[in-house]
Ligand binder design. Structure first.
Ligand SMILES: Nc1ncnc2c1ncn2[C@@H]1O[C@H](COP(=O)(O)OP(=O)(O)OP(=O)(O)O)[C@@H](O)[C@H]1O
Ligand SMILES: [Mg+2]
Length: 358
């Protein structure tokens, strides 16, 4: 039988050498040393391999695909290149040791003041992460003014199992809220310690299962709830939402400072409700002034509010709208930044290649 022994035969070593020149844009290291280039298959002159991402919602998939193809094209006689994607979300190890839940990452959605769109962004971001293939939970930590069930279109949770609460589930997102436990017309006047135990219960007495991301919708302000949350749950990071007018940025800045004080990393700033009505620009300016990432701009669009009121969030009801597209892009920026923060927190104890945390 004829065997091609030519010195030009494509080897895995040659492929790896080429891919070791491709830099992961967020982690600033090459695909091979990060162990992100996996399952290399060579058939004749064709190559197929998988890029193992740190989040299924990676904003840089196409950059890495194109860079890989360009690097491989430099090998003489290279045939077709097929790039596949997989993901293994890094784990913030502090979480499971403190709360006994299998959450890989926790993302707090906050703002200095009320009504800027925390709950709206939380819901749509959680759904977008799930749409990308992540396992997602959503905790309504607004104990006194819970809005998540209405926005998700479900007003009760399933019966408990093994003495634990079972989260409601829709659009691929598991969620829990104090609204499931109190009547809508019941006024809650709670003080610090009760708030503390309520948030604690929604975290620990719930059968969440394994999650890549727990998204936490916070109440407005910089008070008890924020403090409690940071005490009971290690936060991978906090997103700060601001409205577009400059007067709003002062409130958002207070939110940033609070999390800094609590040693919670800032994921970045989102500007919501941008457009003719409220203007634009405060978010980006705040991010620049505070030297923190700007995650993106979500426009003011009536369908966003309608989606919230009807329990059909905009990324589901109008996925092609400008606002939904903006939220999907913001979601990817958040996911990428969380990967960087979580890997950096692991880094303090020596770099952990992503295959070891999968
Ligand atoms: N981009 C947007 N375009 C149009 N309406 C929006 C947008 N974002 C949020 N809204 C609407 O603004 C209102 C306030 O939003 P939301 O409840 O999410 O804010 P919040 O910050 O969670 O408020 P609170 O501080 O009371 O918890 C809601 O009716 C919501 O549907
Ligand atoms: Mg809210």
């Amino acid at each position: 039988m004829f065997k091609n022994q030519s010195s030009e035969a494509l080897t895995e070593e040659a492929v790896k050498a080429a891919l070791s020149t491709v830099i992961e844009p967020e982690l600033h290291r090459d695909l091979v040393s990060l162990n992100m280039a996996r399952d290399i298959k060579i058939t004749g002159n064709d190559v197929e391999f998988t890029i193992m991402l740190t989040t299924p919602a990676c904003p840089l998939k196409s950059t890495m695909e194109n860079d890989s193809k360009a690097a491989l094209a430099k090998i003489p006689g290279m045939g077709n290149v097929t790039v596949k994607f997989g993901s293994s979300v890094p784990t913030d190890n502090r979480i499971s040791s403190q709360v006994g839940q299998q959450f890989r990452n926790t993302i707090a959605i906050s703002s200095g003041k009320g009504g800027v769109g925390k709950s709206t962004i939380s819901v749509n971001l959680a759904i977008s992460l799930a749409q990308e293939g992540a396992r997602v939970g959503l905790l309504d930590a607004d104990i006194l003014g819970p809005n998540i069930p209405m926005m998700m279109g479900i007003d009760q949770m399933p019966p408990p199992r093994n003495r634990k609460m079972v989260p409601a589930e829709r659009f691929g997102v598991k969620f829990i809220s104090m609204a499931f436990l109190v009547k809508p017309d019941q006024a809650l006047i709670w003080r610090g310690p009760m708030l503390h135990s309520a948030i604690q219960q929604l975290l620990t007495d719930v059968e969440w299962g394994e999650l890549d991301y727990l998204v936490i919708d916070l109440p407005p302000g910089t008070g008890d709830a924020q403090l409690t949350l940071a005490q009971v749950l290690p936060l991978s990071g906090a997103v700060v939402i601001t409205q577009p007018m400059q007067v709003a940025a002062a409130d958002a800045l207070r939110g940033l400072k609070l999390f800094e004080k609590l040693d919670v990393p800032i994921i970045g700033v989102i500007e919501n409700m941008s457009g003719e009505f409220f203007g634009t620009g405060a978010g980006e300016k705040l991010a620049t002034d505070y030297d923190t990432p700007y995650l993106g701009t979500v426009p003011l669009q009536p369908q966003v509010r309608i989606g919230g009121d009807n329990g059909e969030p905009i990324v589901v009801s109008h996925p092609d709208s400008e606002a939904a597209q903006a939220i999907k892009q913001v979601t990817k920026e958040v996911a990428a930044r969380v990967s960087v923060l979580t890997i950096a927190s692991q880094d303090s104890g020596g770099f952990i290649p992503i295959n070891m945390v999968g």
